[in-house]
Design a binder for this molecule. Structure first.
Ligand SMILES: NC(=O)c1ccc[n+]([C@@H]2O[C@H](COP(=O)([O-])OP(=O)(O)OC[C@H]3O[C@@H](n4cnc5c(N)ncnc54)[C@H](O)[C@@H]3O)[C@@H](O)[C@H]2O)c1
Length: 441
């Protein structure tokens, strides 16, 4: 524990290092979130050290090779050569760092309980080399209370006090991989600290590299902000999916309904149906909230219901394919089905939680022969299925049915219509095309 004058000097010293950009920045977890953040701070003039547990990623980065689509290798190579960025697996560098952002995964266990093991492991490693004057910011999406229930006691047990000896914040990550307009630097950054001094330090830090910082009262508010944002999306997508199921039963084009409703200039925001939820956030994060609220006796009914409807969508798509084939005198058993797009969303290479994976496994179970195209995913391996991407037009010509699961911009939809016999379109990628061959969600 430090004396009052030492506390002031710790605070002022860190502020000075941050504003003069001499603070040594550390980013723990160099994935979709951590790597763009690391390069953003390096480009802003800081010396950045990335820490990751995967040797292959660390070695690649130190050779100037990026494994994240939104971060060009040329940028990493330049930052490495200018000695403004380096990566390591060795946590002892924490001793030399002034700030640490933790961007490790937070998956769900099979039981839909949060898996905190990555955060716990990173925090334990940091604790081994902890020192006064550190600013630690947790960025991994998690349940409200993680920062003050899990991180704070670990660091305070070492004899240091938050807001005086060190500074602790939570700041939700909002990265949207593949988004050409909003990247790390121009997406507003929410930050909340354990104390007011912590929040101010977090704000000062982010404002050196990012355009807009939004301070909130504490870490729990900041944690809840992320969960509100993603739960909002998940529930509204669930509503759009339920609309799709209802419209299907009534022979109404749901896409036309949503587009027309979206002309209302106030009080409506369009969400679209699809083959199911994908990615690391929307299918997962709301369950962090429902898990935590259950401990207070509150059931998150909207979340559970939307989770059920969204989880039904891959099954609904398979039924659509089955019906479409039946109408052409075929059955799924033995039919050649070509999947157009397997990434969880347009123009990215991320397969995590992609509904295409569920659809492929369901189709395989029903005896279909499968192939796929995806300019971003050259190979696919899951539960005994091992496939390599094929060119779209050729494969479409040889297939009984093409299923558009991911509407990549690189696909030539005119050519697809010419070559395919039957198309099940789960994304409205064939909007504006009129053909008997197209079956829409
Ligand atoms: N990907 C997104 O679009 C996105 C958006 C917003 C928030 N998030 C959240 O950000 C967090 C990170 O997500 P991501 O997509 O970057 O994950 P990722 O899997 O792409 O990257 C995580 C990195 O952390 C490393 N790692 C794992 N354990 C570690 C440890 N103990 N110490 C150091 N490194 C470790 C992994 O090797 C990996 O490189 C998650 O909580 C996620 O929910 C992700």
């Amino acid at each position: 524990m430090q004396t009052a004058s030492k506390v002031v000097s710790t605070l002022e010293a860190l502020k000075e290092k941050i504003t003069s950009k001499t603070a040594r920045v550390g980013i723990v977890g160099l994935g979709y979130v951590g790597l763009p953040l690391a390069t953003e701070f390096a480009k802003a003039g800081f010396t950045v050290t990335g820490i990751d547990v995967q040797d292959s990623k660390v070695d690649g980065l130190n050779r100037g090779e990026s494994h994240v689509q939104d971060v060009p290798s040329s940028e990493v190579a330049q930052l490495v050569s200018e000695k403004r960025f380096r990566a390591t697996t060795d946590f002892s560098v924490v001793r030399e760092l002034d700030t640490i952002n933790i961007c490790v995964p937070t998956p769900l266990r099979k039981t839909k309980d949060p898996d905190m093991s990555f955060i716990v492991s990173a925090v334990e490693e940091i604790a081994k080399h902890f020192h006064p004057g550190l600013l630690v910011i947790l960025e991994s999406t998690t349940y409200p209370g993680t920062t003050d229930e899990l991180l704070l006691p670990t660091f305070e047990k070492l004899g240091y006090k938050a807001g005086g000896d060190f500074f602790l914040c939570f700041s939700p990550e909002r990265v949207d991989p593949g988004n050409p307009t909003y990247q790390t630097h121009n997406t507003p950054k929410v930050v909340g600290g354990i104390t007011r001094a912590c929040t101010e330090m977090g704000k000062l830090f982010f404002s050196q590299a990012l355009e807009k910082v939004v301070p909130v009262s504490n870490t729990r508010v900041a944690e809840m902000v992320k969960l509100l944002e993603n739960t909002f999306r998940m529930i509204n997508i669930g509503l759009a999916n339920e609309m799709a199921l209802m419209c299907d039963g009534m022979g109404i084009n749901v896409w036309e309904v949503i587009d027309a409703a979206a002309t209302k200039p106030f009080g409506f925001m369009p969400f679209y149906p699809g083959p199911g939820l994908g990615g690391h956030c929307i299918p997962i994060d709301p369950f962090y909230l429902s898990w935590k609220t259950k401990q207070s006796g509150i059931e998150a009914r909207f979340i559970d219901l939307a989770g059920y409807i969204n989880g039904r969508m891959p099954h609904f798509v398979v039924e659509k394919i089955q019906d479409a084939l039946n109408n052409h005198g075929k059955s799924l058993m033995g039919s050649r089905i070509h999947i157009a797009g397997v990434a969880y969303k347009r123009n990215i290479d991320d397969l995590r939680e992609s509904p295409a994976l569920d659809i492929i496994l369901l189709l395989k179970k029903r005896g279909a022969e499968l192939s796929y195209s995806d300019p971003y995913v050259p190979h696919l391996k899951l539960n005994g299925v091992s496939l390599s991407a094929k060119p779209l037009q050729e494969s479409a010509a040889g297939a009984d049915c093409v299923v558009i699961v991911t509407d990549h911009s690189d696909f030539d939809y005119h050519a697809l219509l010419d070559s395919a016999r039957l198309i099940v379109d789960t994304r409205n990628a064939m909007k504006g095309f009129q053909s008997e061959k197209i079956v829409r969600l």
